[in-house]
Ligand binder design. Structure first.
Ligand code: UD1
Length: 420
């Protein structure tokens, strides 16, 4: 298994190109199942999760082909020949469950392995299933698989989510585009990735109202058609590199980044003493003076994203004063805390909150994390720490960060991948 070695203490200086958003790309690829015609996605990030979703679509019979040589354009299309998402793929990536809605809407049947336990809490899919049931799908659970059937097609319905779920909103939105009649989704997630999905579905011929709000209205159509859609820049990658610049006392241009998707993160970073400004071609982030403690509480969009919690905690671990970081989306999403503590951070967890008392410096150590964002938070800590940090289990990073060590090294970080 590859590892990453970092010699800390060098300020990042330079330009980092922000890739397409992983969490937008995955549902967009699943949306390719809604038509036989070709869906062309541009600005596709080169990530392990994208390869996993491509493999899943291929097992369903659909072709996924790169267009051109740079790997950033994917064409998805063709007839669906299987309705089963096998365990071997779903266990690698929970987002596989996003094929459930499109498959049942298109073929009247979907059989998807239940995602197993997950490092960041139990993460059930009950909301996905209940929503599809309200559209008339019959749901059965057997032998670790969920089967959704709607032989006569789905019917529009009013669905009120009891709490906000990004994936359940996406699954339902996709399914509703081909349902008969109108579907209203109340308490829908408002993440920018949902707006991106809605934009793509609209380009494919779907009729969706209320995009950007928590109430989506979908008027079902009989079929969708070919479209070309550019994927939005990755706001979490942007926020992560902003924290990297801040934690090293550096200055970077995040090329292609969009400030409008990062309101809560950038407000919090500014409060902590980081300078963030829109610049030609992207966002400029620098930290010239000291960092001070700032609080963050994760919430559904437009609140502070849970996917930025670990990175922000690394940053706060070297800020002056105390900060409180509260996680309200996932239980058990503080697995980075013991690893940061091993690097000298002073963090106390009490229930869903962590009190971080800033220390003057972290010290390098061998560390390992069990999820994507926790892993990258350890890379950030390593960039700021004295001495050498080895981050193990790099495959977590590769799921969601494109060439992380190359992007950071190009800005002066002493970081390398050790193949293993
Ligand atoms: C998506 C993102 C993930 C991000 C999360 C929250 C993708 C591929 N992943 O995950 O990176 O951290 O949004 O912003 O886009 N829940 C249930 N039942 C359900 C569905 C969800 O109880 O049927 C719970 C979850 O366990 C969690 C909360 O709802 O506590 C929110 O999860 P959700 O928004 O669904 O996250 P994902 O779509 O899985």
């Amino acid at each position: 298994m590859d590892r990453i070695r970092i010699q800390g203490g060098r300020p990042l200086e330079g330009t980092i190109r922000i890739g397409g958003a992983k969490n937008a790309a995955l549902p967009l690829m699943a949306a390719g199942l809604l038509t036989d015609e070709r869906l062309t996605l541009t600005n596709v990030p080169a990530l392990a999760d994208i390869a996993t979703m491509a493999a899943l679509l291929r097992t369903l019979g659909v072709a996924v082909d790169p267009v051109g040589n740079d790997g950033r354009v994917l064409a998805i299309g063709g007839a669906i020949t299987s309705s089963e998402a096998p365990y071997d793929i779903v266990r690698k990536m929970r987002a596989s469950v996003l094929v459930l809605g499109p498959l049942v809407a298109r073929t009247g049947e979907a059989r998807v392995s239940l995602p197993g336990g997950c490092a960041i809490g139990t993460r059930p899919i009950d909301l996905h299933l209940k929503a599809l049931e309200e559209l008339g799908a019959e749901i059965t659970l057997e032998a670790g698989y969920v089967t959704a059937t709607a032989r006569k097609g789905l019917r529009g319905a009013n669905v009120i989510f009891p709490f906000v779920s990004v994936g359940a909103t996406e699954n339902l939105l996709m399914a509703a585009t081909l349902a008969e009649g109108t579907t209203v989704i109340a308490n829908a997630a408002r993440e920018p990735e949902i707006g991106d999905l809605a934009a793509c579905l609209t380009a494919m011929g779907a009729r969706i109202e209320g995009v950007g709000t928590d109430r989506l209205t979908v008027h079902g159509v009989t079929s969708l058609h070919a479209a070309t859609h550019p994927i939005i820049p990755d706001r979490i990658e942007t926020g992560t590199y902003a924290c990297a610049a801040a934690i090293t006392g550096g200055s970077v241009l995040l090329e292609g980044a969009k400030l409008e998707h990062l309101g809560a993160v950038m407000r919090t970073l500014r409060e902590a003493g980081v300078e963030v400004a829109e610049a030609a071609g992207g966002l400029s982030v620098k930290r010239l003076n000291g960092l001070h403690g700032a609080d963050a509480m994760t919430e559904p969009y437009p609140g502070f994203p849970t996917d930025m919690q670990a990175q922000f905690m690394s940053l706060m671990s070297v800020a002056e004063g105390a900060s409180m970081v509260t996680e309200t989306i996932f239980e058990n999403r503080f697995m980075h805390v013991p690893e940061l503590s091993r690097m000298g951070a002073n963090i106390v967890v009490h229930g869903a909150s962590a009190i971080v008392r800033g220390v003057p410096a972290l010290s390098g150590a061998p560390v390992m994390a069990t999820d994507l964002r926790a892993s990258v938070s350890l890379v950030l800590a390593g960039l700021a720490a004295k001495g050498e940090t080895i981050v193990n289990r790099v495959y977590h990073l590769d799921r969601g960060y494109e060439r992380v060590e190359e992007k950071l090294a190009a800005c002066g970080a002493a970081i390398e991948r050790i193949p293993g």
